[in-house]
Write a protein that binds this ligand. Structure first.
Ligand code: KIV
Ligand code: ZN
Length: 531
C-alpha cells in the first residue's frame, strides 16, 4: 500500500475563517509562496464565490504559485463555475465541492419541502446534488474533490452511499471531515476503515481527512485516519481555523517523521521551513502562537529546570525527541544592525521566506534603518514584524497616523492628541481617558467621528531587552463582523494607536467595498441564471 501522505493546506481558506483573521491579497500571496517552499502538495487558496476579495486572491495565487491550487465550492453550479474562473490560470488546479450529509445538516440546510418531505427524501436529493456537482466540476478539470460535510456525525450507511456516488461521478479525492471536532480517535479511525470496507469503488479515489479541534483531538484523529487508510490530510499552519481550529500541519507532519518507527507514512514537507511559515502566518493573521504549542511555540525547545538542563548538556536526547534545526528553529540567530546594507537585509529576508521586489525592498530598508537607529541589534523577529507591517501597508490605508502626543502621570488625567491623514486632509483631535492607551483611542475616535466596540487588546514584546519592539493586536466588533489591527513600535502607546487605526481602516475598507460585494453577488445571480 502506498504510504505517501498528501498534505492539503487550508490555512488560506479554513484558517482564514478564524475569528478576526482577515488577510489581504498580498499577505495571502506571500503565505502561498511560503507554503510552496514548504512543499505542501495542495494549497486551498479560498472560497471564490464568497467575495470579490476571495476570488481575486485565488486568481492571483493560481497565476503565481506552482503547487496544486484548490478552490472551495458548495454543490452548486454557480460556486463551481466561479471556482473554475478563479483557478483557470493555475498550472494544476482542483475544484473542491462539498455538501452537508449528517441528519442535522440535511434537515437544517435542506429543511424546505422542495428538497423532500422526509429525511429519506431529503437524503436522496442531497446525494443527487453531490453527484451532479462532481459531474459538473469534472467538465472543468479531472482533479475533483468531494467533501461530505459533518461526516464525523453522518450515519455510516448513508455516508458510504454518498461517497460511492461521488466517486462514480468522478471525484478523485473524497474527504471525510470531522467538521465539529466531535469524534474520538479510535471512533474516527474505525469510520475510515469501515468506509474502505463498504465502498465498492473506493480504490478509484484518495481518502482524505479534515479534522477540527473542538475537543483538542484534531491531530490525533488525523493520524488515526491515516492509520486506517486515509492518504491525504487537510490541515493548517499553527492549527488556525474555524472555532478551535483545524489539525495543525506541523504537528501531523512532525509526528509522522519523529515516529517513523511505528508508522511508516511519509510526506514531502521540508520540515526546516516549518518555523518560518508559522511565524509568517502568525504575523500576518495577528493570531499569536501559544508559548507551549508543540513544534512552533516559543517554549517548544526550552529547558527550564536544572535537572533537564543538566541532562541536555550531557546528552540532548535525554529530553529532546527532535532537534530545533529539523523544524527550522535556529537558535543562533543572525543579528543585523545600522551598518547592514540592503543586500544583507535582502538575503536575510529571503532566508526567512520573504520575496521582495526592488520597490518593496527600499520601503522595508528605510523602516529597517529607522528601527536600527532605535535599537542597536535587529533580530529575525524584528524583521518578521517589519514584514508584517509592510504587507498590511500595501493595501491602501484610508487613515494614517501623522503623529501622536500623550501626557500622563500618576497625578494627572491622561490626555492624547492625534493628527490623522484622511485622504488629502488632516484632522487633529485631543481626548482624555482612563489611561494613555484609552486616551489615544478616544482621540482617534473623536478625530474620525467613529465609535467602535473594542473586543480585545493584546500587547507583547517581540524580542527581549528594553529596546524590544512591542506588538499590539486589537480587535473591534461591529454586529457580526470583527476587524483586526496590528501595530508595532519600540513604543507600545504608538503601537496601540497604529493597531487601532488599522482595525478602523479594515472596517472602513469593509464599508466601502460592501457595494462592490453586492454588485458581485448580483453578477453571480445573473450568471447562475445562465448556467
Ligand atoms: O470542516 C469542514 O467540513 C469543511 C469542509 C468545507 C471541508 O471545512
Ligand atoms: Zn473545516
Amino acid at each position: 500500500m502506498n504510504n505517501r501522505v498528501i498534505i492539503f493546506d487550508t490555512t488560506l481558506r479554513d484558517g482564514e475563517q478564524s475569528p478576526g483573521a482577515s488577510l489581504n491579497v498580498y499577505e495571502k500571496l506571500e503565505i502561498a509562496r511560503q507554503l510552496e517552499k514548504l512543499k505542501v502538495d495542495v494549497i486551498e487558496a479560498g472560497f471564490p464565490v464568497s467575495s470579490p476579495g476571495q476570488f481575486e486572491a485565488v486568481q492571483r495565487i493560481s497565476a503565481e504559485v506552482n503547487a496544486v491550487i484548490a478552490g472551495l465550492a458548495r454543490a452548486k453550479e454557480i460556486d463551481i463555475k466561479t471556482a473554475y474562473e478563479a483557478l483557470r490560470e493555475a498550472k494544476r488546479f482542483r475544484i473542491h465541492t462539498f455538501i452537508g450529509t449528517s441528519d442535522i445538516h440535511v434537515n437544517g440546510k435542506f429543511g424546505d419541502d422542495r428538497y423532500g418531505k422526509t429525511l429519506s427524501e431529503k437524503r436522496k436529493t442531497v446525494l443527487k446534488m453531490a453527484q451532479d456537482a462532481v459531474a459538473y466540476a469534472k467538465t472543468f478539470t479531472n482533479d475533483v474533490e468531494f467533501s461530505a460535510e459533518d461526516a464525523g456525525r453522518t450515519d455510516i450507511v448513508y455516508l458510504s452511499e454518498i461517497i460511492e456516488a461521488a466517486i462514480e461521478a468522478g471525484a478523485t479525492t473524497v474527504n471525510i471531515p470531522d467538521t465539529t471536532g466531535y469524534t474520538f480517535p479510535w471512533e474516527f479511525g474505525a469510520k475510515i476503515a469501515e468506509l474502505k470496507k463498504r465502498i465498492k469503488n473506493i480504490n478509484k479515489a484518495i481518502i482524505s481527512v479534515h479534522c477540527h479541534d473542538d475537543l483538542g483531538l484534531a491531530v490525533a484523529n488525523s493520524l488515526s485516519g491515516i492509520e486506517n487508510g486515509a492518504r491525504q490530510v487537510e490541515c493548517t499552519i499553527n492549527g488556525i481555523g474555524e472555532r478551535a481550529g483545524n489539525a495543525s500541519l506541523e504537528e501531523v507532519v512532525v509526528a509522522l517523521k519523529v515516529r517513523e518507527d511505528i508508522c511508516k507514512y511519509h510526506t514531502k514537507i521540508r520540515t526546516e521551513e516549518i518555523y518560518n511559515t508559522s511565524k509568517m502566518v502568525s504575523s500576518f493573521t495577528g493570531i499569536i502562537v501559544q508559548p507551549n504549542k508543540a513544534i512552533v511555540g516559543e517554549n517548544a525547545f526550552a529547558h527550564e529546570s536544572g535537572i533537564h538542563q543538566d541532562g541536555m548538556l550531557k546528552n540532548r536526547q535525554t529530553y529532546e525527541i527532535m532537534t530545533p534545526d529539523s523544524v527550522g528553529v535556529n537558535k543562533t540567530k543572525i543579528v543585523l544592525g545600522r551598518h547592514s546594507g540592503r543586500h544583507g537585509l535582502k538575503s536575510r529576508l529571503h532566508e526567512l521566506g520573504y520575496k521582495l521586489n526592488e520597490k518593496e525592498l527600499q520601503t522595508v530598508y528605510e523602516k529597517f534603518l529607522d528601527l536600527a537607529d532605535k535599537k542597536k541589534e535587529v533580530f529575525d523577529e524584528d524583521l518578521r514584524i517589519l514584514m508584517g507591517d509592510q504587507a498590511h501597508n500595501i493595501k491602501e490605508e484610508r487613515f494614517e497616523l501623522e503623529y501622536i502626543h500623550v501626557i500622563m502621570g500618576t497625578n494627572s488625567i491622561p490626555t492624547a492628541t492625534v493628527k490623522i491623514k484622511s485622504g488629502q486632509s488632516y484632522i487633529q483631535e485631543s481626548a482624555t481617558g482612563d489611561g494613555a492607551v484609552d486616551a489615544c483611542f478616544n482621540a482617534i475616535e473623536r478625530a474620525l467621528d467613529i465609535k467602535s466596540n473594542l473586543e480585545s487588546y493584546n500587547v507583547r514584546s517581540v524580542t527581549s531587552g528594553r529596546q524590544a519592539m512591542g506588538e499590539v493586536i486589537v480587535r473591534i466588533r461591529e454586529n457580526e463582523n470583527s476587524f483586526t489591527g496590528r501595530g508595532v513600535s519600540t513604543d507600545v502607546i504608538e503601537a496601540s494607536a497604529k493597531a487601532y487605526l488599522q482595525a478602523l481602516n479594515q472596517r472602513q475598507f469593509f464599508i466601502e467595498t460592501k457595494e462592490e460585494q453586492e454588485n458581485f453577488n448580483r453578477s453571480l445571480s445573473d450568471l447562475s441564471q445562465a448556467v
